[in-house]
Design a protein around this ligand. Structure first.
Ligand code: NDP
Ligand code: HEM
Length: 483
């Protein structure tokens, strides 16, 4: 008899005598309905796929550690930052935005940079990108924007016309489009790019004082990029360049690292900046708000099972912890809703019970029952299945209340383009590039416009001219050379 610990069984634990031959009526006969082992195998296979993420479907990830190197406790009481030397386990998932699950890794696109920190006071998710800004400042436009990045309903192809039709009517997107079309739009590997929390968040200290904050992760591997031509060649060699490089580096003990830094703005300063500090299409200039050291992020362990640890990892901007909070950024506000909703659809109501998503601190709540609720009741006491109760169930902790945030204003749909300078910051970025970088920016932008109707190109270039006439002329010249 085979070793009992290695015995092949059904999912109900019964031994399987034959895993090679179906049960049939005679050697040449049809299979029998009673062959539940065959049925179980086929039925399980039919359920192997879960929906891919509606955006950021293709991804690569690993486990790691955040080590604090500098004391920022004057800004935040968050336990993760409580002591220099403190190490917090985390899991990271990088991704591209537009491509589907089978997309090639080295395509030009914004990269996701999603971090889940298993802190002693709950999971903190920082679901950022490799860019400090985004294509929009009002979340109302997110589904429209994403539709232009996905496939045309009739051709089932991606449409440059749709992308530029949208962007040419959305000048707030051009800061992010400038980054996308620059060298940084096509990083060689996920290790060769920075990460940014992008939004403005808040930090709250032990005296319950709030500051506004932006998060930065600077690559220690250095920036490295592929040109469009090099990316085409790379994709011809392998569609899995990111998985190979990240998995390979970690497997060989060459652990990638990033320096974590923050920018801090007081509430008084926020009232005085010439731009809205909660506008996701804007950075805070380093000269005004210098980077402050926080720690080192290191990725040092590959997943043993990609599906269980990376594909079903569920990141959500709603996962904050005491000492770290939200801000009035409209896009952040929408994301606080959107991700947990996506997870309940994609992975199920109890996605937080999956090992990769489970907090590593005690969890108590009164949500009840539901499909795949494997933990059962976690209220802290047997008879406490409602709240308030006198049965010893978990209770609220008022000491974690945030300081009140003064808000005012009449409810209305305000034009988010009124009074916003959409051109100054892209100009600063354009102007800090050297001539070679600018030439690649122009030709990458032009390449993305090939085949787009003239009236759309003209409108787009009229906005580029407001950034810089040189920028608009550079794109026009490159485009003329391509058509
Ligand atoms: P700084 O000169 O202090 O900072 C410029 C930043 O630009 C550096 O962080 C540099 O990153 C980054 N950078 C260089 N090339 C590119 C590129 N192709 N795509 C994206 N980022 C790039 O100036 P400011 O802080 O005043 O910012 C000027 C402009 O730089 C901004 O308008 C913005 O477009 C861009 N930027 C600003 C950031 C910020 O938080 N202030 C962050 C990233 C970009 P690195 O240090 O890695 O070389
Ligand atoms: C993934 C919504 C803007 C970064 C997703 C997903 C949704 C979503 C529904 C899929 C989640 C899943 O199924 O697991 C939105 C909405 C936005 C927005 C509604 C704006 C209104 C942004 C911004 C950033 C960002 C501004 C970065 C600063 C990411 C990342 C992922 C993601 C990194 C992949 C997370 C992972 O690796 O699992 N987004 N998003 N998104 N989004 Fe957004």
């Amino acid at each position: 008899m085979s070793d009992k610990t290695k015995r092949l069984t059904t999912t109900a634990g019964a031994p399987i005598a034959d895993n090679q031959n179906s049960q049939t009526a005679g050697a040449r006969g049809p299979v029998l309905m009673q062959d539940y082992q065959l049925i179980e195998k086929l039925a399980h296979q039919n359920r192997e796929r879960i929906p891919e993420r509606v955006v950021h479907a293709k991804g690569w990830g690993a486990h790691g550690t955040l080590t604090i190197t500098n004391d920022i406790s004057k800004y935040t009481k968050a336990d993760i930052f409580s002591k220099v030397g403190k190490k917090t386990p985390m899991i990271c998932r990088f991704s591209t935005v537009a491509g589907e699950l089978g997309a090639a890794d080295n395509e030009r696109d914004v990269r996701g940079f999603a971090l889940k920190f298993y802190t002693d006071e709950g999971n903190w998710d920082l679901v950022g990108n490799n860019t400090p800004v985004f294509f929009l400042r009002d979340p109302y436009k997110f589904p429209d924007f994403i539709h232009t990045q996905k496939r045309h309903p009739r051709t089932n192809l991606r449409s440059a016309t749709a992308m530029w039709d949208y962007w040419s009517q959305s000048p707030e997107a051009l800061h992010q489009v400038t980054i996308l079309m620059s060298d940084r739009g096509c990083p060689t590997t996920p290790m060769n790019m920075n990460g940014y929390g992008s939004h403005t968040f808040s930090m709250i200290n032990a005296d319950n004082e709030r500051v506004w904050v932006k998060f930065h992760f600077k690559t220690q591997q250095g920036h490295a990029h592929l040109t469009n031509e090099e990316a085409g060649q790379k994709i011809g060699e392998t569609r899995e360049g990111y998985q190979e490089s990240l998995f390979g580096a970690i497997e060989s003990g060459d652990f990638p690292k990033w320096d974590m830094k923050i920018q801090v703005m007081t509430e008084e300063q926020a009232a005085q900046t010439p731009y809205n500090p909660f506008d996701l299409t804007k950075v805070w200039p380093h000269g005004d708000f210098p980077l402050i050291d926080v720690g080192t992020l290191e990725l040092n362990r590959n997943a043993d099972n990609y599906f269980a640890e990376i594909e079903t990892a569920a990141y959500s901007p709603s996962n904050i912890v005491p000492g770290i909070g939200f801000s009035p950024d409209k896009v952040l506000q929408a994301r606080i809703f959107s991700y947990a909703d996506a997870h309940r659809y994609r992975i199920g109501t109890h996605y937080e019970q999956l090992p990769v998503n489970q907090p590593k601190c005690p969890v108590h709540h009164y949500h009840k029952d539901g499909a795949m609720n494997v933990l059962g009741q976690v209220t802290g006491a047997d008879d406490a299945y409602y709240e308030p109760n006198s049965m010893g169930g978990a209770t609220q902790s008022p000491e974690f209340s945030e300081p009140p945030l003064p808000l005012d204003g009449d409810a209305d749909r305000y034009n988010h383009r009124d009074g916003n300078d959409d051109y100054g910051q892209p100009r600063a970025l354009h102007d800090l590039m050297n001539a070679e970088q600018q030439a690649r920016l122009y030709s990458n932008t032009a390449a993305s416009m090939v085949g787009v109707p003239d009236h759309i190109v003209d409108l787009a270039l009229s906005h580029y001219a407001k950034i810089s006439q040189q920028y608009a002329d550079g794109i026009r010249t490159a485009l003329n050379a391509m058509s």
